[in-house]
Design a protein around this ligand. Structure first.
Ligand code: ADP
Ligand code: GN1
Ligand code: MG
Length: 360
């Protein structure tokens, strides 16, 4: 998008101070993110084009984010740094619609940083603590939330989409994917059996983040202590296990999510332990026995779901995730599958660690 257009969109928001520049930021797969700098001492901002194809009702999504961040602000020492602060449009709405696109803005948290890789145990611990805190801060939030993406981590719903995608074969790729498709089929019943426990209430439903990869946590740039969870587009009701599982999928990977060299991909069990320690330092006393029992499995569940989602997008002809090559979603599928296999081979140790950390 050209700079003049970006400046024009930025001018729709109630930013303090004169806008100096609008520049792209981050490596998100869904939205387009920019930093808006202003002249002098005025704050800087984040400006985001929210992907309307993926989030069908952006106004309702922004209502969710406003409600959740207002709730958190009432509980933290520094409300401008310990959660997001939405900057509304000049007409008072929480977003601006320009042509077919929806845009939203928030305060850029000064002195913060995010990471793409968890290279130290301390970072993993801090990230786990951050999501634990986020769940605790929202444990008494009772306002119903809109479902911003239908069935987001609901594997029963994902299988409905999957079956339809495979049958439609929109990009003509199914014939060459027999092996990959068998990876999904062979674990289907096991994943459904887990989800049935969420459906029947054995595993409780809470307010959860649902996209807990490392880059969605801000850390203090000086101390590396966690500041807050960001990227709140998918805050919804679900099982808290999804937040744990998705973070383990992201933090523990010794390779990249789209690594072409599968030998680089595996689950680092020390990072697993460090994240679990950080998370449980906040949540141990609040989790039910059923949550504790299924915590380790949640990493396998979400990683499996991610294999399915990448492969499904490849089958659909790359409609959902941003891609940089024709086989990008297939490369991601293979790399996530390798990660899943690594988790499966270390599952007994993962369970032991959780048992040890949750013991009375
Ligand atoms: P996406 O949906 O594209 O993943 P995010 O909301 O996660 O977008 O933002 C992308 C990156 O921008 C983050 O990983 C972080 O580095 C930075 N970022 C986002 N919001 C803020 C903020 N309020 N303050 C400082 N940095 C931010
Ligand atoms: C997307 O938006 P971003 O890049 O933080 C995706 C997650 C995936 C992740 C894989 C709304 O996250 O669910 O796990 O990519 N977000 C959405 O990296 O689909
Ligand atoms: Mg993000």
């Amino acid at each position: 998008m050209n700079n003049e257009k970006l400046l024009q969109i930025a001018s729709l928001f109630a930013f303090e101070g004169e806008i100096e520049s609008v520049t792209p930021l981050g490596e998100g797969f869904i939205n387009d993110t920019y930093v808006v700098t202003t002249v002098g001492n005025s704050p800087n901002y984040i400006l985001q084009r929210k992907n309307h194809n993926i989030f069908p009702d952006v106004p309702k999504m922004m209502d969710n984010i406003a409600a959740v961040t207002a709730h958190i602000k009432g509980k933290v020492a520094d409300p401008l740094r310990h959660t997001l602060t939405i900057t509304p449009a000049r007409d008072g709405k929480l977003y601006a619609q320009v042509d077919d696109n929806f845009w939203a803005a928030c305060l850029f948290i000064a002195g913060s940083k995010s990471y793409e890789r968890a290279d130290t145990l301390e970072l993993a611990y801090q990230g786990g603590k951050g999501i634990g805190l986020f769940q605790s801060q929202l444990s008494d939030f009772t306002t119903p939330l809109h479902e911003t993406i239908k069935g987001f981590h609901n594997i029963r719903y994902r299988f409905e989409q999957w079956d339809a995608s495979v049958a439609a074969d929109a990009a003509g790729r199914v014939a060459e994917l027999a092996e990959e498709i068998s990876w999904i089929a062979s674990r289907r019943e096991k994943m459904l059996a887990f989800w049935a426990l969420v459906e029947d209430g054995t595993i409780p439903t809470r307010v959860t983040h649902n996209d807990t990869k490392l880059s969605n946590i801000l850390f203090d740039a000086e101390s590396d202590q966690v500041l807050c969870a960001i990227d709140l587009d998918t805050v919804m009701s679900s099982t808290s296990l999804n937040d744990f599982g998705d973070a383990i999928r992201s933090y523990t990977n010794t390779g990249a999510e789209d690594d072409r060299d599968l030998d680089r991909v595996s689950m680092n069990i020390d990072i697993f332990r460090a994240y679990a320690e950080g998370y449980l330092s906040e949540r141990k006393s609040s989790l039910t026995d059923s949550e504790k029992e299924w915590l380790a499995f949640s990493a396998l569940y979400i990683t499996y779901e991610q294999v399915l989602r990448f492969l499904m997008d490849y089958i659909d002809g790359d409609k959902y995730y941003k891609t940089i090559s024709a086989d990008h979603n297939l490369v991601r599928t293979h790399a996530q599958y390798r990660l899943l296999q690594s988790m499966e081979s270390q599952y007994i140790q993962m369970q032991e660690i959780i048992r040890e950390l949750t013991a009375e």
